[in-house]
Design a protein around this ligand. Structure first.
Ligand SMILES: [Cu+2]
Length: 177
């Protein structure tokens, strides 16, 4: 037995107490942090990611040409507010009108090279028609359909994962402008 070993017998108890104190504080801190995080997620994180894989948020890109739309068929699987980004790649003025399931929205006519947006509330499953309302253009082929699949009712779950990961795609990748 050396004095050194006696000190060692005492110290572990004291330091163990100190450790317990520290752990209690640390646990309290972690709990507080988790609470903050949970509160933060609750207010902001309403799932918007279900359809983001297709276009970035709920944005749909649509190009008008003389005389067609690309794409002419749009499939979505969730209700919600969609912003259609219309680009006029044609040589004359075009516009966009969306109609069906009780909604009817249209843009102004835009010049060649211009872009505009149309925001539509898609709340019911079914088929929505879209077309160019400029004289005679629809008859020449400027029409298409937007379809909300019937399986979308429960789509609101499972959206927690994509929050930050899927935003990178963006919806604005026009090569030609
Ligand atoms: Cu047109």
């Amino acid at each position: 037995m050396t004095p050194f070993s006696r000190i060692n017998e005492v110290n572990p108890i004291a330091s163990a107490r100190r450790m317990l104190e520290g752990m209690r504080l640390a646990v309290a801190g972690v709990l507080a942090l988790v609470g903050l995080l949970a509160a933060g997620c609750g207010s902001g994180g309403v799932g918007q990611t279900g359809t983001s894989a297709t276009g970035g948020g709920k944005s749909i890109s649509l190009a008008a040409a003389d005389f067609s739309f690309d794409p002419s068929k749009i499939q979505i699987d969730q209700t919600g507010t969609y912003t259609i980004q219309l680009t006029n790649n044609g040589g004359t003025g075009h516009a966009l009108e969306v109609e069906g399931q009780g909604i009817e929205e249209k843009t102004d006519t835009i010049n060649p090279g211009d872009t505009t947006q149309l925001t539509v509330e898609i709340t019911k499953p079914g088929t929505y028609e879209f077309y160019c309302p400029v004289d005679g253009h629809r008859a020449q082929g400027m029409e298409g359909t937007l379809t909300l699949g019937s399986g979308g009712g429960s789509g609101g779950t499972g959206t927690d994962t994509g929050g930050s990961g899927t935003n990178t795609g963006g919806g604005y990748g026009y090569g030609s402008g």
